[in-house]
Design a protein around this ligand. Structure first.
Ligand code: SAM
Length: 280
């Protein structure tokens, strides 16, 4: 797929929009993956040539996801609901989780055909991980999906992952309400990880460019400030260091120190759900 194709290869659904760049495939390209089309690569290359945007922001977000999953696994979480999971590239949630604990179960959710199709293929032989083809804005459909019910036990702690998705969800779709609906379903508590694109502080210029450029894609970006992101996490018992630039969330020294601390342009946090559940 990494050659300059103009129509979906035969093994992918014909519904794929190949003439318009798409956030899932741009992200895959920025992470060094090969599940993207010429239209995505050209968009990303042109955007980087015209702005200060680099793949580093995307990679910092992905590293945050990795650290957040490890953090949860270390605290006994062995099942995950990953909303807007993206195209499977190296270092997926099930790989991170199952490396530490073979019995970790993961339900991925995405509605981008390439992400769904590759996830399906990659997970075919993995009985403990699956992909649900659904719109995350419809929590009932996600939560009632037979695959979700097959793998996740909602009476036990779950790791709820909402990483780099809400900047694609406009206020009109009520993101705070969406977070609340998923949280309510986690009767056994667990942890939540959330990250979100922002234009705060020094990220202002990059955010402006990101918004302008992503207007050409199937997934226009929405920028939110720290208070708006915090509102999505209201009532969640955030673990230290709270809501911070993703690269500042419990860094493991694998990232270079940044000259500009807001270079990622993405905030991230992890919190404990249901403080009554003592998971250590
Ligand atoms: C930037 S990627 C993030 C991937 C992964 N969560 C990470 O942070 O590494 C955003 C993903 O959200 C998916 N997405 C966006 N809106 C969605 C929706 N309404 N329902 C399901 N998936 C959605 C996109 O298809 C894309 O794969």
């Amino acid at each position: 797929m990494s050659d300059g194709v103009t129509s979906p290869p035969g093994d992918l659904p014909s519904s794929i929009e190949i003439d318009k760049p798409n956030a899932a495939r741009i992200y895959d390209y920025m992470l060094g993956g090969s599940h993207n089309f010429e239209v995505d690569r050209k968009f990303a290359d042109d955007m980087m040539a015209a702005t200060n945007l680099t793949p580093r922001s995307y990679r910092m977000n992905r590293s945050f996801l990795r650290r957040a999953v490890r953090f949860m696994v270390e605290r006994g979480v062995d099942q995950f609901l990953d909303l807007g999971s993206g195209i499977p590239t190296v270092g997926n949630v099930h790989e991170i989780g199952q490396a530490a604990n073979e019995s970790v179960r993961v339900v991925y959710v995405d509605n981008e055909p390439v992400a769904v199709s590759h996830s399906r293929r990659m997970l075919a032989d993995n009985p403990n991980a699956t992909i649900v083809d659904a719109d995350l804005r419809d929590p009932q459909a996600v939560l009632d999906d037979p695959e979700t019910r097959r793998l996740l036990d909602f009476s036990r702690p779950i790791g709820l992952l909402m990483v780099a998705i809400f900047h694609f969800i406009p206020d009109g779709d009520r993101p705070v309400e969406i977070v609340r609906r998923y949280r309510e379903a986690l009767q056994g508590g667990g942890y939540l990880a959330l990250s979100h694109f922002t234009g705060d502080e020094q990220a202002k210029v990059n955010a402006h460019h990101g918004i302008e450029w992503y207007k050409q894609t199937a997934n226009p970006l929405i920028m939110r400030g720290k208070a708006e992101v915090a509102a999505m996490l209201e009532g969640v018992d955030l673990v230290d260091p709270g809501l911070v630039w993703v690269q500042r969330w419990r860094p493991d020294n694998s990232e270079p120190e940044l000259v500009n601390v807001s270079e990622s342009a993405i905030y991230g946090a992890v919190g404990r759900l249901d403080a009554a559940t003592d998971m250590g």
